[in-house]
Design a protein around this ligand. Structure first.
Ligand code: ATP
Ligand code: MG
Length: 546
């Protein structure tokens, strides 16, 4: 973490200094209704990062108080993704384990005259709520006695009432300028089976009531959430205060959520893509989910670095996708081994070379200490068609008739003859190896400017390479609806020849295909069918905005 302090750290420093808190306790509270995405990475980095920086703790708490959309698959994936991102939670908790605590808190509010059972419909509540400019109207049930409220609330719990027929409302202030304080609903009747508590409950707490109780019960000191909850903070404080939790009460702090250009941050829409089979699953390498980015080959360290660099802000904004890619590229440039791959093969026959040999090639010029691998070299090779020009432009440093080029890690070769097919297309090159030009031991005296990749035609692999693009097309003619922006061209599979060393690669191993781009082996690889996903191109498309 950097030396620079963000506004949350300023608040925490103040709280520690004033003695309001003795230590820092944060939490990450996902609802298990989908997979985590890059936006969640931001929240994870903040919450776990603060705990690490202040020598505190961070809980992973599943906010599973809504029974309808939650699933064990999501719980498992979320745990997996957080561990992959490199974070370790203190306690693993489920908000649904506190349903009894929440029920008792509600009873306490009733006893204090601070909550009442209402028979209003959702529509009646909405209408009586008023607007931003007009105060609300009090519920006709607002002045029920404590005894009546207790009896009705217990009956709600015991299953006496239909869904939607009764709610428990906090009794706060129908004239409050903050509409969230106008007697918000805190419990509702819902006959639904919960993935954790089964059929034990037929009433469930509302988020605004449940969340502060979860935080306070766990002793969270700083409850960090996104800006849309700013207006809910008075209610958050009202709940922890009136439910008599001990000091220090948790403090809610809001930050701006992460938005990335052309990137879907809505779990609902991501789920739709999965359900409709538009993608291969939640971990499709085009998905902005953490498991998708992982499969795409984005290193966890690059995601952490990205979140750190964009900082923590109080105003919403959108980060360029290319900035994320730049972070990924920087990390891979440091860590990924280089290998040779040819996408558009052109046969090269070395007329003065017989047999074959093993060459030792360095894996990564940035590695410390350096490591090496063996690559075979023989009479017949492939280079990329784009590295040869029959009629080259001036200053063309790759291969041309009667020209020289260095084959990476091998020899300098000279192009003696280009063989054309019936259409006049180059189909093969006859070349010769320059004597004494072996890499590392070159005493040939021949100076070349171009270095190109190649593979041994007699000992290479045929692999599939997936070229990936954003799932969304650019906003055009004002069309912002995701459904109309699905990029049908976002996945293309092409053939490619690579050096043999990739045969021993495992899923998630990342490489720089020299002069082409970064690629990761996909889990769809099996036996001889190897599949690689493009991670990022080599070139940096990011230009900082002025
Ligand atoms: P939904 O409301 O669709 O269920 P959510 O994005 O609010 O989704 P949660 O599981 O509730 O998902 O989120 C867990 C935590 O991650 C919350 O604290 C939330 O504020 C934070 N979070 C979610 N999306 C982003 C984002 N784009 N940027 C930063 N934080 C985010
Ligand atoms: Mg949410």
């Amino acid at each position: 973490m950097s030396e620079y302090k963000n506004f949350i750290e300023d608040i925490i420093d103040g709280d520690l200094k004033s003695g309001k808190v003795q230590s820092v306790y944060t939490r990450f509270p996902p609802e298990p209704n989908g997979y985590l995405h890059i936006g969640h990475a931001k929240s994870l980095c903040i919450n776990f990062g603060l705990a690490a920086k202040y020598n505190g703790k961070c809980n992973l708490r599943f906010d599973d108080t809504n029974p309808s959309k939650e699933d064990q698959e999501y719980v498992d994936s979320i745990k997996n993704d957080i561990a992959w991102l490199g974070f370790k939670w203190d306690k693993l908790l489920f908000a649904s384990d506190y349903f009894d605590v929440m029920f008792e808190a509600a009873v306490k509010l009733i006893n204090k005259g601070l909550a009442y059972v209402s028979d209003e419909t959702a529509e009646e509540i909405r209408v009586r709520r008023g607007t931003l400019t007009e105060p609300g109207t009090e519920s006709p049930y607002r002045n029920r006695s404590v005894e009546e409220n207790l009896r009705l609330f217990y009956e709600m719990r015991d299953g006496k009432y239909q869904d939607g027929s009764k709610v428990l409302r906090a009794k706060i202030d129908m004239a409050s300028p903050n509409v969230n304080m106008r007697d918000p609903v805190i419990y509702r009747v819902l006959h639904a089976t919960h993935h954790n508590t089964g059929d034990k409950w037929c009433i469930y707490p509302m988020y605004d009531f449940a969340h502060p109780i979860e935080d306070a019960y766990e002793g969270i000191t700083h409850s960090i959430c996104t800006l849309e909850f700013e207006d809910h903070r008075p209610l958050y404080d009202w709940v922890t205060h009136n439910c008599d939790f001990p000091a220090p009460l948790p403090q809610q702090i809001e930050f701006a959520r992460l938005n990335v250009t052309n990137t879907i941050m809505s779990k609902r829409y991501l789920k739709k893509l999965v359900d409709e089979g538009k993608v291969m699953g939640w971990d499709d390498p085009r998905m902005p989910t953490l498991s998708g980015l992982r499969r795409r080959g984005y290193p966890a360290a690059a995601l952490r670095d990205f979140c750190e660099r964009i900082g923590v802000a109080k105003a919403n904004s959108e980060v360029e996708q290319s900035y994320l890619e730049a972070c990924v590229r920087e990390e891979l440039n440091r860590t990924a081994n280089r290998v040779m791959a040819v996408f558009d093969p052109l046969k090269v026959v070395l007329t003065n070379y017989e047999g074959s040999e093993e060459l030792t090639v360095e894996n990564n010029p940035n590695a410390e200490p350096q490591t090496y691998r063996q690559v075979t070299f023989s009479k017949e090779l492939y280079i990329d068609k784009s590295d040869f020009e029959l009629v080259p432009p001036p200053k063309y440093y790759r291969l041309k008739p009667d020209g020289y080029v260095r084959l990476k890690g091998a020899y300098i070769i000279r192009c003696d003859e280009a063989i054309l097919d019936d259409n006049g297309e180059v189909k093969e090159l006859r070349c010769s190896v320059v004597e004494n030009s072996k890499s590392g031991q070159d005493v040939s005296g021949v100076k070349v400017k171009g270095v190109i990749q190649w593979v041994d035609a007699n000992n290479c692999l045929n692999v599939k390479a997936r070229k990936l693009q954003s799932l969304l097309t650019d906003v055009k003619d004002g069309v912002t609806d995701f459904n109309e922006r699905f990029n049908e061209q976002s996945l293309k599979e092409v053939d490619c020849k690579t050096e043999k060393s990739l045969f021993s690669a495992k899923a998630e191993d990342k490489f720089q295909f020299m002069r082409v781009g970064y690629y990761v082996m996909d889990k769809d690889s099996n036996g001889d069918n190897l599949v690689f996903n493009e991670i990022v191109s080599l070139k940096d498309g990011f230009k900082p905005s002025k």
